[in-house]
Design a protein around this ligand. Structure first.
Ligand code: ARG
Length: 581
């Protein structure tokens, strides 16, 4: 049988909701089941014609030895509506409750207005720490669009967790060690130009890397040369370290510019290089425990019992490797932060890597191993015309952002040529379009960027949400008095359209909580689109500012709440909420 009703309520919040409190007390008195248990089962019907809340009677069937529809009928006679409900009606196995609209509006909107910009926040994270490992581009390789998702997603997860009270530590685990660095050193020494690297580090280092890959096809000895440089690095050779340090600093300087544009921050820029020295100690521990074994000259942990290929700790030339550096990083981060949860945000192609080293930590009997999570996302591609690329066929993140801003500038020049701050708004909306498009689908699904689509002010896009937000800002400006109006009679907002908006607003705190818990910012994106749709329906039917002063105040209170929550939701995704566009 298909489930008709959605379970959307959470125990923590249940008893603070007077409607649910009342239903639970009444049904408890009539059935003998504890009120808390009943509260947990109360649902919100997907169709408002079925009421505001519903109690499914299946759970009482065994206890009362009766069929659920009969129970619903009998309960309907016993349960008292009080002041809160207008009607209680049995429908099949459900007992449906229709709230008194005025009471419902006062309860929901009163809550939003009382909390203002902190509506949606929660405290289940208080005293807990979440470490988020995100962005983490590879120095001397590329900062390409693949890193767009991890950067934007990690940032949203950071904000969502902060909103729910967690202490959040954002770490950029730079790919700043290993063979590619050796390759770029070789390439730089042969074909490099200091000034070019300083002017445009990301482009230039990538070019050198690509050149190396091309030349090594013709002359395989280059590869040995690159290996030799990696070895020198691991042996603290001054020349090698100086070049490495310089590549790294120049790259970070350019990353920070991109992060500033995106509004992304990190508490720690470390990277793989920080852990190379610890690998030997950890490998010794793994050898002691009998977990590490030699295999074809390398050192590995066998994982065939878990249906995985071996986790390689050290290569045959003794060099450390991605996985062993990750094991060391996890151990050292735990020492430093005592996290309750650590998230690694990368694309799904790295899933095996994470499963492997999580398993090694588990085999090492590290008690917090279950608190490590790989937040995997699908791949991103571009529809139609390929992005013009400066270096090889890799689409660089900064080029994508630049293009988004250019296109938005054109749209705004057409739509709203008199807008003050046009340049700043073009940036906020262009970047916002990219962020929203990146986060609006379920994260595991692959996504395709279509420029026309993601910038469409009327589509399911970031600019559409930002535009809707700006429209309500303008209504509030037009109103011209203090908002929210201090003495609004919220009970006046009993229309279907107003109630539909309020029901969306009521869901917001749960959405934020679930988005953080399941690492799914798309829940917020979808919520914002839904809220825009019902808000615009309200706006199209009801004139907000009218002759009727009392009604105007009540409607302004609603518009204010919409504006505050749209702004809050956009910010949780890492977007800006311009007041005009
Ligand atoms: N640098 C890696 C890449 O660009 C991502 C690193 C993710 N974090 C980690 N601790 N392994 O693919």
């Amino acid at each position: 049988m298909p489930r008709l009703y959605f379970q959307v309520l959470f125990l923590r919040h249940i008893m603070s909701n007077p409607f649910i409190h009342h239903i639970s007390e009444q049904i408890s008195a009539a059935s003998g089941l504890p009120a808390g248990e009943i509260a947990e089962k109360i649902e919100v019907p997907p169709d408002p014609n079925l009421g505001d809340y519903a109690f499914p009677c299946f759970s009482l069937a065994k206890r009362l030895k009766k069929a659920p529809p009969l129970i619903a009928k009998e309960l309907a006679e016993k349960v008292q509506p009080g002041d809160l409900f207008a009607e209680i009606r049995p429908v099949g196995p459900y007992l449906n409750f229709f709230a008194d609209r005025r009471a419902l509006v006062r309860h929901i909107l009163g809550g939003v207005l009382a909390q203002g910009a902190s509506y949606g926040e929660g405290d289940e994270g208080t005293g807990k720490t979440v470490v988020i490992d995100y962005s983490s581009p590879n120095i001397a390789k590329e900062f390409h669009v693949g890193h767009l998702i991890t950067t934007v997603m990690g940032n949203a997860l950071l904000r969502l967790h902060e909103a729910r009270g967690y202490r959040v530590v954002g770490i950029n685990h730079l790919g700043d060690w290993g063979t590619p660095i050796g390759m770029v050193i070789v390439a730089f020494k042969r074909w490099g130009d200091r000034l070019k690297v300083e002017t445009s580090p990301i482009d230039e280092l990538l070019k050198l890397y690509i050149r190396f890959r091309e030349e090594e096809e013709k002359d395989p000895s280059l590869r040995d040369e690159a290996r030799a440089w990696v070895k020198k690095l691991e042996e603290d050779d001054e020349e090698a370290l100086a070049l490495w340090r310089w590549f790294r600093e120049e790259s970070i300087r350019e990353y920070v510019r991109i992060y500033d544009l995106l509004g992304v921050r990190f508490d720690e820029y470390s990277g793989e290089s920080a852990y190379t020295k610890q690998v030997d100690g950890v490998v010794a521990r793994l050898l002691d425990m009998g977990l590490a074994v030699p295999s074809e000259g390398a050192l590995v942990v066998m994982l065939d019992a878990y249906d995985m290929p071996p986790c390689i700790l050290k290569r045959s030339d003794g060099a450390s490797i991605y996985a062993s550096r990750d094991i060391c990083a996890a151990l050292s981060r735990y020492e430093k932060y005592r996290f309750d949860r650590m998230l690694y945000v990368t694309d799904v192609r790295q899933s095996l890597h994470f499963r492997q080293f999580f398993k090694v930590l588990e085999l090492m009997c590290v008690p917090w191993a279950p608190h490590l999570e790989h937040v995997a996302y699908g791949l991103l591609s571009f529809k139609g015309e390929a992005m013009a690329t400066r270096s090889g066929n890799i689409v660089l993140l900064k080029d994508v952002l630049g293009r988004a801003i250019d296109l938005t500038r054109k749209i705004i020049a057409e739509k709203n040529p008199d807008l003050p701050d046009r340049e700043a708004v073009a940036q906020e909306v262009g970047i916002g379009a990219v962020i929203f498009a990146t986060l609006s689908g379920r994260r595991i699904k692959d996504s395709v960027f279509d420029w026309d689509e993601i910038l469409n002010f009327n589509g399911e896009t970031g600019p559409y949400v930002q535009y809707t937000h700006a429209r309500y800002c303008s209504v509030l400006r037009k109103y011209g008095h203090a908002v929210p109006p201090p003495d609004a009679d919220l009970g006046l907002l009993a229309s279907d359209e107003a109630v539909a908006v309020l029901k969306r607003l009521e869901q917001f705190p749960q959405k934020v909580r679930t988005a953080a818990e399941t690492c799914e910012p798309s829940l917020i994106a979808t919520f914002l689109l839904d809220l825009c749709a019902v808000a615009n329906q309200f706006y199209n039917v009801h004139r907000v500012i009218s002759e009727d002063a009392a009604l105007t105040k009540a409607r302004i209170a609603l518009v204010y709440s919409i504006q505050v929550i749209l702004e809050k939701g956009l910010k949780l995704l890492g977007m800006k909420a311009p007041e005009g566009m």
